[in-house]
Design a protein around this ligand. Structure first.
Ligand code: PMP
Length: 460
């Protein structure tokens, strides 16, 4: 924690409403004020330095001091600090970014609608699915199937897609058009003795059942992250997406892939879709798109969907959707430079070269009495915390072991994130072996301390 009651501390507590924070406890615990960044590290106002093992919020893929991004922003600010794409206007960074993004995207995604955040991009996806089916003369085909423990944002529509109780509870969500199907976590939800393939088949059958029960003529789209991030870094079981995609095709259900975390090298391919053989009709990107140096997101569309939008304009005139800051030229210039850096520095190959070491080191924690499972792909991982390895029983939420481990890890100079029943890791893509060592060593110390503190019931 930063120095108690610094000026920043006092002003923060007086005025800032903190996302995903306990607003009641905040009055007494106050903020950790981060003031600087440098490579894979950030520093707080007391001068403590941390290895940022979460890339902020799964997003600062190039770390915290990439000068080329600063230069790209400065140059654009000096040239044209703002313009928009409404009413047939355009600007070079928006145009070049659209070209660069569609060039690296999975095949067929040739068009992009920009926004400012992952939530907005997913929100737009829902609106366009509805618009598309209205234009095709299928006004009943409107339901969107999402998954439990999926994370797609917090706006009214994207928050509805998110499959987490606390995102819905007392916020009057989800909206009725959104349904949730199974979470593909084999560790948590497989039946005893069920193989990954059998589990995948059962989930795919459940999805098909849901589509038939709802009525295929009412189900418009299915949305999924290739690997669910904020729901607990859930890697799908073998065969899951092949089966799911076949069902979507069978019932003419659009596939929206949320690449907000997985996109841009995180899984060891340019997109999570490439890692899992996904063929999206729509794909959303944000976070790594600009290395998080500017807020920008995109919704990529196939020709078929774009053609329907054009048909909409033949019917209605202007496409009545758009955000003032979408494709903001400064954000677009930064995103364009980010993509150039990913390509020039061969970020995908870099992740492929570091990831085996990342998992070699993490797998050394598998034998720890508190660790139920190590899972992940590329530079995205989770260490599942359990009070009983055999029964996979989690600690009760009120024990607060995740937050405890997270805080201890910070004392050892590393930032990890407690989510659900696991500790998530998502280090910058520029991480080298020494960063991986520091991250895993810091977490290992925190786990040992947690074992001493919580582990009376957990045999060592
Ligand atoms: N989709 C995914 C997969 C995410 O991880 C997130 C954010 N964690 C979002 C969407 C929402 O993005 P934002 O916070 O930029 O609205």
């Amino acid at each position: 924690m930063s120095t108690p009651k610094s000026a920043n501390w006092q002003k923060d507590v007086a005025h800032v409403v903190h996302p995903y924070s306990n607003l009641d406890a905040h009055d007494t615990r106050g903020p950790l004020v981060i003031t600087r960044g440098d490579g894979c590290y950030v520093e707080d106002e007391s001068g403590n330095r941390y290895l940022e093992g979460m890339s902020g919020l799964w997003c600062a893929s190039l770390g915290f001091s990439e000068k080329r991004l600063v230069q790209a922003a400065t140059k654009q600010l000096n040239t044209l600090p703002y313009y928009h794409l409404f009413n047939h206007r355009s600007h070079p960074p928006g145009i070049e970014l659209a070209e660069a993004l569609t060039a690296i995207a999975p095949e067929g995604l040739n068009h992009v609608l920009f926004a400012n955040s992952g939530s907005e991009a997913n929100d737009a996806a829902i609106k366009l699915v509805w618009y598309y089916n209205n234009l095709l003369g299928r006004p009943k085909k409107k339901k969107i199937i999402s998954r439990l423990y999926g994370y797609h944002g917090v706006t009214v529509a994207s928050g509805s897609l998110t499959g987490l109780v606390h995102v819905h509870r007392d916020f009057d969500l989800p909206i009725p058009q959104v349904k949730h199907t199974d979470c593909p976590s084999h560790y948590h939800f497989a039946q005893p003795g069920e193989s990954e393939e059998q589990f995948a088949e059962r989930l795919a059958n459940n999805l098909e059942k849901m589509i038939l029960e709802e009525g295929a003529d009412t189900v418009a789209a299915f949305i999924a992250e290739p690997i669910s991030g904020s729901g607990g870094v859930i890697v799908p079981p073998k065969g899951y997406f092949e089966r799911v995609q076949a069902i979507l095709k069978k019932y003419d259900v659009l596939f929206i892939v949320d690449e907000v975390i997985c996109g841009f090298g995180r899984t060891g391919q340019m997109f999570g879709s490439d890692s899992f053989g996904l063929k999206p009709d729509m794909m959303t990107v944000a976070k790594g798109l600009s290395g998080a140096y500017q807020p920008i997101s995109g919704l990529l569309l196939t020709d078929a969907i774009h053609d329907a939008l054009k048909a909409g304009s033949r019917k209605h005139g202007a496409f009545a959707h758009g955000l003032t800051y979408a494709a903001h030229p400064v954000a677009a210039a930064v995103a364009l430079e980010t993509i150039k850096i990913y390509q020039e520095r061969k970020i995908v190959e870099h992740v492929q070269s570091v990831a085996p070491y990342f998992f070699e080191r993490l797998n050394q924690l598998s034998g720890h009495p508190l660790v139920g499972e190590v899972r992940g792909m590329g530079l995205l991982a989770a260490v599942e915390i359990t009070s009983d390895k055999a029964s996979k029983t989690p600690f009760p939420p009120e024990a607060g072991i995740g937050a405890w481990i997270q805080n201890k890890a910070m004392e050892h100079g590393v930032i990890v994130r407690a989510i659900s029943t696991c500790i998530a890791l998502c280090p910058p893509l520029i991480s080298e072996r020494q960063h991986i060592d520091q991250l895993v060593d810091g977490l290992a110390k925190a786990l040992d301390e947690a074992q001493a503190h919580f582990g009376a019931a957990v045999p060592a």
